[in-house]
Design a protein around this ligand. Structure first.
Ligand code: CA2
Length: 158
C-alpha cells in the first residue's frame, strides 16, 4: 500500500471530491431550458448540504474549464479523498486523459450529468469518464449531485 493511502486509512474520515468541467460555472446565466435557472453557487450548496447529511466529514467542490487542471485535481485526490463525483461536462465525450486519471487513482467514482444526455445529440452518447465510474446519474438537474453523493456514500459504507 502506498504511504499516502496508509495515512488516509489511519485518519478514519470520509471525504468526497466533486469535480465539474467546463462552462458549469455559467449555470443559471445561459441555456436555462437545458440546465435550469439555478446558479453554480446553488450547486455547491447542494453538494455541501448532501455531504453533511450523508455523513461525509468534508467535501470539496472543484470546477475548471481546463482538461489538464481536472487531470491534476484527480491525481491530487489519490490518498486524500475517499471518492469522487464527476461531471466532466463537454470533456465527458472527448477526454481519454480524464478517463486515464480516474483509472490511475482507482477511487470509487460516480458520473453525474444535469441533463438527460442519453436523450440528446449522438456526440453526447459516448462517455469516456463513465468507463471508470461505478454509477451514473443523469437528468435529475442539480439534485442529481445529491443523488450521486448518496450512491458514493453507500459504496464507501460497503
Ligand atoms: O448535462 C450535463 O451535465 C452535461 O455534462 C453538461 C455539459 C454538456 O457538454 C454535457 O454533454 C452534458 C455542458 C455544460 C455547459 O454548462 C452550461 C451552463 C450554463 C450555460 C451554458 C452552458
Amino acid at each position: 500500500m502506498h504511504q499516502k493511502e496508509r495515512t488516509r486509512k489511519r485518519e478514519n474520515t470520509m471525504k468526497a471530491l466533486v469535480i465539474n468541467g467546463p462552462n458549469l460555472n455559467m449555470l443559471g446565466i445561459r441555456e436555462p431550458g437545458i440546465y435550469g435557472t439555478e446558479t453554480y453557487e446553488t450547486l455547491v450548496q447542494i453538494c455541501q448540504d448532501a455531504a453533511g447529511d450523508l455523513g461525509f466529514d468534508g467535501v470539496e467542490v472543484f470546477q475548471s474549464n481546463h482538461e489538464g487542471a481536472i487531470v491534476d485535481r484527480i491525481q491530487e485526490a489519490y490518498g486524500s479523498v475517499d471518492g469522487i463525483v464527476i461531471n466532466p461536462a463537454a470533456y465527458t465525450h472527448t477526454s481519454v486523459a480524464i478517463l486515464d486519471a480516474l483509472k490511475a487513482v482507482s477511487l470509487p467514482a460516480v458520473e453525474v450529468h444535469i441533463s438527460a444526455v442519453e436523450d440528446r445529440e449522438d456526440f453526447r452518447q459516448i462517455s469516456y469518464a463513465g468507463m471508470a465510474c461505478f454509477a451514473r446519474v443523469t437528468g435529475e438537474g442539480l439534485q442529481g449531485y445529491a443523488h450521486a453523493l448518496k450512491l458514493l456514500a453507500e459504496k464507501l459504507a460497503k
